[in-house]
Design a protein around this ligand. Structure first.
Ligand SMILES: Cc1cc2nc3c(=O)[nH]c(=O)nc-3n(C[C@H](O)[C@H](O)[C@H](O)COP(=O)(O)OP(=O)(O)OC[C@H]3O[C@@H](n4cnc5c(N)ncnc54)[C@H](O)[C@@H]3O)c2cc1C
Ligand code: FES
Length: 256
């Protein structure tokens, strides 16, 4: 894996996609050249030290020398990012983490996202480059938390039925199981813990292999501060670090 670097990136645009979901595009040629799907960057949202810590975001897309991040409004950091203007500078540290493995001898990837969990998928499917088939299952509370930015072959569910299938994304997978049960499929999941837990039960029930992208509070982003431990599925007294060993893990490797 190539080394990380810090790049002062110029903001090209910040767009509101839907509800509280934004897309930030920044010119970051060196990071754009080496980052791979599933890796993330730590963004310093301000010139001053408020907030002090960088904020981690998955790489959503890369287009030439531009990097794309999709984010939801949470607190101070994401509010500041949403207010950036064209020409502003942000400091980006990346690429960080391990990223998704695409070297698989399979018929199809099935990508499962809960809400903003789809953020890393546009770049992932771009890198599949039509050589590997994929389906995307996206579930959210309601239509306000759904964006189809950069996505294709999309199956949508919402808890309240305001868009797509009414129910959870795992219930939608169960409904469609006959369409992929007998193929060699691999799952990739990203989203809130309850969704990942349900995905784990589903994949283990049908014996599907599955990798997931995880989240944790973070400080350094590269394995120094020990601030992002995640428990192993088979505890041996040691923890894995989300930023260095992940954020992508096999779903049966870690404790959810
Ligand atoms: C590897 C990784 C990749 C990520 N990729 C994305 C992404 O592509 N898009 C995106 O929108 N977010 C992503 N996140 C989450 C993102 O880092 C947080 O939403 C962000 O740091 C919040 O910053 P803030 O200053 O706005 O909120 P803060 O003031 O830091 O927090 C506000 C509220 O959000 C909660 N919160 C903070 N971080 C998280 C988190 N990681 N998960 C759930 N709740 C959290 C806090 O507990 C608090 O209640 C990622 C996190 C990690 C670790
Ligand atoms: S954030 Fe510092 S070790 Fe992971």
């Amino acid at each position: 894996m190539k080394a990380s670097l810090i790049e002062s990136a110029e903001v090209i645009d910040v767009k509101k996609l839907t509800g509280s979901i934004f897309l930030l595009i920044a010119n970051s040629p060196q990071i754009a050249e080496i980052i791979t799907p599933g890796q993330f960057c730590n963004i310093k949202v301000n010139d001053n030290n408020s907030p002090l810590l960088r904020r981690p975001f998955s790489i959503c897309d890369v287009d030439g020398s531009n990097v794309y991040f999709m984010f939801d409004l949470h607190g101070e950091g994401t509010k500041i990012l949403s207010q950036k203007k064209t020409g502003d500078k942000i400091s980006i540290l990346g690429p960080l983490g391990n990223g998704f493995s695409l070297d698989e001898n399979i018929d199809k990837f099935i990508l499962v996202g809960g809400g903003l969990g789809i953020a890393p998928f546009p770049y992932l499917i771009k890198k599949m480059n039509f050589k590997i088939k994929h389906d995307i299952y996206l579930g959210a509370r309601n239509i306000d938390f759904i964006t189809d930015y950069g996505l294709s072959n999309l199956h949508i569910s919402s808890d309240d039925g305001s868009i797509g299938f009414k129910g959870t994304v795992i219930e939608l997978l169960e409904k469609n199981i006959s369409s992929f049960k007998n193929s060699k499929v691999k799952f990739i999941g990203c989203g809130p813990i309850p969704m990942l837990k349900a995905l784990k039960i589903f994949c283990n029930k049908y014996n599907f292999d599955c990798d997931i992208s995880t989240e944790s509070a973070m400080a350094c982003g590269f394995g120094i501060c020990q601030g992002c431990p995640i428990e192993k599925a088979k505890p041996d007294g040691n923890y894995l670090l989300v930023c260095k060993d992940g954020p992508v893990f096999n779903i049966n490797e870690i404790q959810l």
